[in-house]
Design a protein around this ligand. Structure first.
Ligand code: PLP
Length: 314
């Protein structure tokens, strides 16, 4: 008798509502609507988020995500996240996720929105979903990347931003736009997603934003280069989101004897590196195989670097 092919059922997404003012975490049926029509997350993109990797039954790099979540909330004047609640919700979500026999790696997103205009109260929720096959393939095979200006420049007059270098800061007499939320991981990702779509429609997998010759960051990742025993990333802050993966990598790699430095990188520096990587929480280490159509060299220690970054995430 012929056996029926076994089709593995996928685990259902896990959704938890996390009350931003404390006291309540409740699981929500993922097939039911949950966010109100007048929630600022939908109407204005006014809120913040974090995306954590769930692997081997635990969430990775939780402390750094919590710190950035808090810092983002401060920058946007949102209620300070009660991290104990978010961590508890993450744990509850993980238990629910792994109750499914086919649960593998997952992406856990914390969202804190300014909330409903009718109530004036912030809203928060957490989701756990599978890591897409696209992301897994990029981790495995690397990505072809185009460089592009962001199309706008950001100048808050703060260190590391715009043209003001640290040495010149005393000459900066006014702060041009003190309300800017740069440095916060906000929900306003439409421009980054548009840049990614543009890259894909032109045969690339991803984008590295640049300011003139200065390398900034990927659309959803931090740029890291390896050369000899040196690891470099453009100084985070200002128009470069401080990445939790890069921070974890630098802490771990320094312990292992690598020389890590946050320092401006030029496009030429990327071409001259032994290898260039886009790093982020869920995709993890993704090697840049081509930059603006030019092949980048494949390092002999590619596996070692992947293992180093993967280990750093905890
Ligand atoms: N830079 C940008 C613009 C991002 O969107 C992300 C992640 O989404 C990163 C960097 C990498 O951050 P992390 O390593 O914390 O995931």
């Amino acid at each position: 008798m012929a056996l029926e092919p076994q089709i593995k059922s996928a685990p259902t997404p896990v959704i938890l509502i996390v009350e931003p003012y404390g006291g309540s975490i409740r699981q929500q049926n993922p097939n039911l609507p949950m966010v109100f029509w007048d929630d600022a997350a939908l109407t204005r993109g006014d809120g913040i988020f974090e995306t954590l990797l769930i692997r081997d039954g635990h969430a990775c790099n939780v402390r750094r995500h919590g710190e950035r979540f808090k810092a983002s909330a401060v920058l946007l004047g949102l209620p300070e996240p009660i991290l104990e609640d978010w961590e508890k919700a993450t744990q509850m979500g993980i238990e629910s996720w792994y109750s499914h026999p086919n649960a593998g790696e997952a992406s856990c997103t914390w969202t804190l929105s300014r909330g409903r205009s009718s109530t004036g109260l912030a809203s928060g929720w957490l989701t756990i979903t599978p890591v897409s096959s696209d992301k897994l393939a990029q981790r495995e095979h690397g990505v072809s990347v185009m460089t592009s200006s962001r199309g706008y420049s950001i100048d808050t007059g703060l260190p590391g931003i715009g043209k003001a270098t640290r040495g010149e800061l005393s000459k900066v007499e006014r702060t041009p736009a003190p309300w800017l939320t740069v440095g916060a991981k906000t929900l306003a990702y439409a421009a980054n997603m548009a840049a990614l779509r543009y890259a894909k429609s032109n045969g690339f997998d991803d984008v590295i934003f640049t300011d003139g010759d200065r390398v900034l960051e990927g659309a959803t990742s931090t740029v890291v280069s390896f050369k000899g025993d040196k690891i470099r990333t453009p100084s985070p802050g200002g128009d470069i989101l401080p990445g939790t993966t890069q921070a974890a990598l630098f802490a771990h790699a320094t312990e292992k004897g690598w020389r890590c430095k946050e320092k401006d990188l030029s496009i030429d520096d990327l071409f001259g590196a032994d290898s260039v990587w886009l790093v982020s929480s869920v995709r993890g280490p993704v090697r840049v195989t081509r930059l603006d159509g030019h092949k980048l060299r494949k390092p002999d220690n590619e596996k070692e670097i992947k293992a180093l970054i993967t280990k750093a995430l905890g």
